[in-house]
Design a protein around this ligand. Structure first.
Ligand SMILES: Cc1cc2nc3c(=O)[nH]c(=O)nc-3n(C[C@H](O)[C@H](O)[C@H](O)COP(=O)(O)OP(=O)(O)OC[C@H]3O[C@@H](n4cnc5c(N)ncnc54)[C@H](O)[C@@H]3O)c2cc1C
Length: 475
């Protein structure tokens, strides 16, 4: 029997697993997809928010401010791409100015450091591509950008090294509690534990109702994006927001840690599984974004994508022990959930410490070093290739990713099982051609390394096979 079962391997479930596995606890993570970070965690704005936006006294405010500090530390320890680039919230008129003053005060009350209100001149000096219409801005110096899926993977891999048991392709179907023991049933197995932590994202309401009466509903609110080529990556050097409204933080323009420019999102209620982008949604995003930064060259767009926010009736995270003792809900984790995830991990550990005495493990793994070939010096590259010739074969030409890095992704402690799984681990297909050139080569490498037919190679989730049939050689 396990001590803790965590349901859902997004950034929240993996953050909790990261903290709990530092202690003498048997932890199992059940995830319905074939990889971690396949839900909302892989499709968002990738901002580690400073914490001026959530209302004082909410879980969001507390966990955002704590999470943002912890994310900075953890990204350094686990070698996750992270840049503290800062953010502006732009004002265009007197009403916006009042809102910016409110956000400033809220930030101070929430304990956010490094906030300043600046005028038109200073805003344009720091960000010359902003609209001339900008009258003032809130400058949040602690705001940062991160690679969300690499953060999630780093937390998951570190947990595995510390003993976590990640069970992928396990969809939780039922939960029952008898004599203090939870039995969690998936499509093909039963798992038992003393505690259950519900981190099932858009489906946290369904999981909650497996043991509790209905107490909240999760609705999906879609956000659509442009991801623009690196040629536009320096259009702004900070994350540029407009004043938030009732639907969220509005449309942002931001550099990404991979050197691109991200523009979005809108906010449209939708079905949980709908990740389509629409011409109307993207037109809305474009119109809103050029109000902040008129010169964005949308012709350099390389990809559109969408992510779904998990929203409940309440304007806060649902972060509490449920009516069923020892069953904890991390639900309605909409934005700033990415920024708050490590705060949740930290506090779930504190919650467990309040339940029983926990023993810290000795020899905990809490560091990680990734080989990113293109970031090495010439001497380091030569040295690496001399020892491991597979690092001398560049497979993804846009991002200069080598076969060595792909092999590391396919044989890691949480190995990639698809083309997108490789992409999330080492950035293949992230460049201008979006995998057009390297896709076939990566398919061959996956088939060879996983000892499967190329016909079985997946783009991403189960059923996303990319090749249909082998054409007979004599045809
Ligand atoms: C458009 C958009 C923009 C955003 N921008 C930001 C931002 O800039 N900064 C920020 O801080 N936050 C942002 N967020 C919010 C952030 O992305 C989320 O809060 C965060 O990713 C939620 O993580 P999670 O682990 O709760 O959910 P998920 O990543 O969705 O993980 C839940 C997991 O549970 C699994 N699961 C579901 N049902 C079952 C089941 N029955 N059995 C087993 N597994 C199951 C799913 O497959 C999934 O992997 C944004 C969100 C969106 C949509």
């Amino acid at each position: 029997m396990q001590d803790v079962i965590i349901i859902g391997a997004g950034v929240v479930g993996c953050s909790i697993s990261y903290y709990l596995t530092k202690y003498d606890l048997k932890v199992t993570v059940l995830e319905k997809c074939n990889d971690v970070s396949c839900g909302t965690t892989k499709a968002n704005s990738a901002i580690i928010h400073a914490g001026y936006d959530p209302k004082e006294g909410t879980h969001m405010a507390r966990l955002n401010v704590l999470g943002s500090k912890l994310t900075k530390e953890v990204c350094q320890k686990l070698d996750v791409p992270y840049q503290q680039c800062g953010a502006f919230v732009l004002g265009f008129n007197e009403e916006d100015r009042k809102h910016i003053e409110l956000l400033y005060q809220r930030g101070v009350n929430n304990g956010v450091e490094g906030l300043e209100i600046i005028d038109h001149k200073k805003a344009l000096e720091l960000e010359p591509n902003l609209s001339e219409e900008v009258t003032c801005a809130l400058w949040a110096k602690s705001s940062a950008i991160v690679s969300p899926w690499e953060l999630c993977l780093a937390l998951a891999e570190t947990s595995v090294k510390n003993g976590a048991d990640f069970r992928l392709n396990q969809e939780v179907k039922a939960i029952r509690k008898e004599n203090g023991v939870f039995t969690v049933t998936t499509q093909d197995a039963e798992y038992q534990s003393r505690y259950v932590i519900n981190c099932a994202g858009l489906y946290a309401d369904v999981i909650n109702e497996m043991v509790n009466p209905k107490s909240f509903t999760i609705n999906s609110v879609k956000g659509e994006y442009y991801l623009i080529d690196k040629s536009e990556g320096k259009r702004v050097s900070r994350t540029i927001f407009q004043c938030p409204n009732k639907d969220g933080k509005g449309v942002l323009v931001s550099p990404t840690v991979h050197g691109n420019l991200i523009v979005g999102p809108n906010a449209e209620k939708n079905e949980k599984e709908d990740l389509s982008t629409t011409s109307a949604g993207l037109a809305f995003v474009k119109k809103a974004a050029v109000r902040s930064v008129p010169s964005i060259n949308f012709r350099e767009n390389i990809r559109n994508f969408a992510g779904n926010r998990a929203k409940s009736e309440v304007d806060d995270f649902i972060f509490e022990e449920s009516a069923t003792e020892n069953f904890f809900n991390c639900a309605a984790i909409c934005s700033p959930g990415l920024s708050s995830a490590l705060g949740m991990g930290y506090e779930v550990l504190e919650w467990l410490k309040g339940k029983e005495e926990l023993k810290e493990k000795t020899n905990v793994v809490d560091s990680r070093k990734q080989i990113r070939f293109k970031q090495l010096s010439m001497e380091e590259k030569n040295e690496l290739i001399a020892k491991h010739p597979e690092y001398g074969r560049v497979i993804c030409r846009c991002e200069t990713v080598t076969e060595g890095e792909i092999l590391a992704a396919l044989h890691s402690v949480l190995p990639a099982v698809s083309i997108d799984g490789v992409k999330r681990r080492c950035n293949t297909g992230m460049g201008r051609c979006q995998g057009g050139f390297c896709g076939p080569k990566i398919t061959e490498i996956i088939a060879r390394e996983l000892h499967i037919s190329p016909l079985e190679v997946l783009q991403d989730l189960d059923g996303s096979n990319i090749l249909k049939e082998q054409i007979k050689e004599d045809c």
